[in-house]
Design a protein around this ligand. Structure first.
Ligand code: PMV
Length: 326
């Protein structure tokens, strides 16, 4: 009745921003991401007949109530009532636009389903993780990953991720410029709801997604970094444009965010291929060749307001691990 798992964070190149169903957490569009080796969550789940409530210890912060609601899904699948003892930690800041919900719910989905004795395929695990956090569905896989929007609105079974390329098939680096590690003011679920309800740009955002996804699939297949980078920056800026159009507007950027973004444009003008993306937080993540990662790091570290810079290679699939707290 016990299992532990590790899952890595991911950064979307083609963004997910909007739900078509909030009960099943079905995305309005597909998305494409890269999984990050350097950022991970480790989670242990033990179902225990002696517990009367879930005992949840999130060492790096996070929402215990949301974890408990996710465990209810796992209990329903397993046909049992037992409460669980959960322990989890991240090796990076939680809730600050560094995709902690993605790695966290992917690790939880894998550990909890195994602890509950559920035999789940990778696609089923990914669809389960989606119900914790949309981006978590992608963190079951390493390398380049596509989240499929799916068509089945009744069960959501086809809204799961699929692997596109393993990390070793196209080794790249992501350089993360950490600007502010405080928890974001508007979480992604509330931000998405507000954007869909009030932004005049939301419909255009959804309408453009299939073309962006198709172009990105081709660019990844061709290992064309320049094209992947252009499409990444386009999807990011278009997502933030839809957020800016909400009422009230959602601004996740800080001055250093824009300064870091400009630094990447300057690097490109000097012939170095580095392309940025920004999620629902101020951090800037840059995609580049591994050989260029040190130069990108040095440039970003000099931007006023950038507190820390981390390099990550592309990471592996989520996996079961020995209990880190044993
Ligand atoms: O998985 P959520 O509900 O935290 O939403 C993730 C939203 C973005 O990070 C902004 C974009 C994405 O596709 O990861």
């Amino acid at each position: 009745m016990q299992a532990a798992a590790r899952a890595h964070a991911n950064i979307a190149l083609i963004k997910y921003w909007g739900k078509r169903d909030s009960a099943l957490n079905l995305p309005a569009t597909g998305s494409i991401s890269v999984t990050l080796e350097a950022l991970h969550s480790e989670t242990r789940v033990r179902f225990d007949p002696n517990l009367v409530t879930d005992a949840i210890m999130l060492e790096s912060g996070g929402d215990a109530e949301r974890v408990s609601r996710f465990l209810d899904l796992v209990r329903a699948l397993a046909g049992m009532e037992m409460r669980a003892d959960v322990r989890s930690r991240n090796n990076f800041p939680t809730g600050a636009g560094l995709a902690s919900s993605a790695s966290g719910f992917a690790a939880l989905a894998l550990a909890a389903s195994r602890a509950a004795g559920i035999e789940a395929s990778p696609s089923e695990l990914s669809a389960l993780a989606r119900q914790g956090s949309g981006s978590a569905a992608r963190s079951l896989y390493g390398g380049f990953v596509e989240m499929q929007r799916g068509r089945d609105d009744r069960t959501g079974a086809d809204a799961h991720a699929v692997p596109l390329l393993a990390a070793h098939e196209w080794p790249l680096a992501v350089v993360v410029a950490i600007i502010d590690t405080g928890t974001k003011s508007v979480g992604s679920t509330d931000g998405m709801t507000r954007t869909a309800a009030t932004s005049p740009f939301h419909d255009a955002w959804v309408a453009g997604a299939d073309a962006d996804l198709a172009a990105m699939r081709t660019a990844i297949r061709d290992r064309n970094l320049e094209r992947v980078g252009e499409l990444t920056e386009h999807s990011c800026l278009k997502m933030h444009a839809t957020m800016l159009g909400a009422q009230p507007g959602l601004i996740y950027w800080q001055p250093a965010t824009l300064a870091a973004w400009q630094t990447l444009a300057d690097l490109r003008a000097d012939g170095l291929a580095a392309y940025g993306t920004i999620d629902a937080g101020p951090q800037v993540k840059a995609l580049c060749r591994i050989a260029d990662a040190d130069a990108v790091t040095a440039a970003l570290a000099q931007v006023p307001g950038v507190r820390d810079v981390r390099i990550s290679h592309l990471g592996p699939d989520a996996s079961l691990i020995a209990d880190p707290w044993a």
